[in-house]
Design a protein around this ligand. Structure first.
Ligand code: F6R
Length: 351
């Protein structure tokens, strides 16, 4: 089995994506420290906006999930050029672009600047770092040279540190320590050294080979994780994938499974479970799993690990990231380049 052959993995993953995924725990700690003493704008915001695309925007989705259970204000994630009309002086806007050259995020940053919002930029450099520095907006500098999607903890953890420092809510030091230690432990159990027979990440990648992955979160809290699975499967494995979340999918998408017959691609459902999904969602998942089992090529259920919400979310992010790289290796696809994204950016003439 190629996934148990370290030399073959290195040959098939020349950009070292697997090694970057294995560093998720370390990056979580480093990202948390990156904004520990940044000078912050004196703001007591009524709303938080995160502007960011793709691998940089998903940090905003995770921030929204992490603050939802406790924060007294809304977190809105904007993945476009324009900000909502309510943005003003009492809005905190995070402008997040790993490269610092993504045109949608730059446009959102300019709008936030014009509206007088309190802005913090999170970036490795580019035009965003230049504009923010020139305008006196604080900049969290993340380490350069990575594929943006591999830098997720560097993009997420500073946001959490800053919302915590501003009294908006977030996570504690001990929750961050728990998450980082858990991720390091899971990398041993799910990483390349753990053989196929006992490695659920490798088995799931093998089950997804040739199938269309359909990733369902068991509650809306885990939506960003399902979305991350989908986008990592897109970008690392270069396959189509779908995501959705309970309970909403029971009100529409589930009906789509009625039409699954011969001629469809093989569909493999992945159910992301969490202990706080709620009793009614748990029942929905059980019922839906039965209905899917009759139609899907396979159904795999995976549970989040750990205690704190951060650890639980990131445990399933890690699993999805590993599965996406293993699937790339199995299908002899280089996980790192995302040629089509680069081409579209080139043809738009921007970053
Ligand atoms: C590439 C990736 C993309 C980028 C997106 C925005 O690894 O995941 O989704 O994140 O094109 O670019 P940045 O993050 O540089 O603003």
């Amino acid at each position: 089995m190629v996934l148990d052959d370290r030399k073959e993995i290195v040959r098939l993953d020349p950009g070292g994506m697997l090694g970057l995924v294995q560093r998720l725990g370390t990056m979580t700690t480093d990202g948390w420290e990156a904004a520990s003493d940044l000078a912050l704008p004196p703001v007591s915001p009524s709303a938080v906006i995160v502007g960011g695309m793709g691998g940089s925007g998903i940090g905003g989705d995770l921030l929204r999930a992490l603050l939802a259970p406790t924060a007294a204000l809304p977190v809105v994630v904007v993945k476009d050029y324009r900000l909502p009309a309510f943005v003003g002086r009492d809005t905190l806007v995070f402008a997040c672009s790993y490269s610092g050259d993504t045109e949608e995020t730059l446009a959102a940053y300019q709008e936030a600047h014009a509206s007088g919002a309190a802005i913090v930029a999170v970036t490795s450099g580019g035009a965003l770092a230049d504009h923010a520095a020139a305008s006196g907006h604080p900049v969290v500098r993340v380490p350069p040279g990575l594929p943006p999607r591999a830098a997720l903890p560097y993009m997420l953890m500073p946001l959490l540190r800053i919302t915590g420092r501003l009294g908006i809510g977030g996570v504690t030091d001990s929750e961050v320590r728990e998450a980082a230690a858990l991720l390091d432990g899971l990398v041993v159990r799910w990483g390349p050294e753990a053989p196929s027979g006992v490695n659920p990440a490798k088995s799931l990648a093998a089950a997804l080979e040739g199938a269309l992955p359909v990733v369902y979160a068991s509650s809306s809290l885990f939506e960003p994780v399902a979305q991350r699975w989908k986008t990592q499967l897109n970008e690392n494995s270069k396959v189509f994938a779908c995501w959705n979340a309970f309970p909403e999918l029971n009100h529409n998408e589930t009906v789509g499974w009625e039409g699954v017959r011969g001629g469809h691609p093989r569909l493999h459902a992945v159910l992301l479970r969490d202990r706080d999904e709620g009793a009614r969602n748990a029942l929905r998942v059980e019922i839906t799993r039965e209905l899917l089992a009759r139609r899907a090529d396979g159904v795999t259920e995976v549970w989040s690990q750990g205690n704190g919400l951060l650890a639980r979310l990131l445990s399933l992010v890690l699993l999805g990231d590993l599965v996406s790289v293993y699937l790339a290796v199995l299908t002899r696809v280089d996980p790192t380049p995302v040629e089509i994204i680069a081409e579209i950016k080139r043809r738009l003439g921007g970053g």
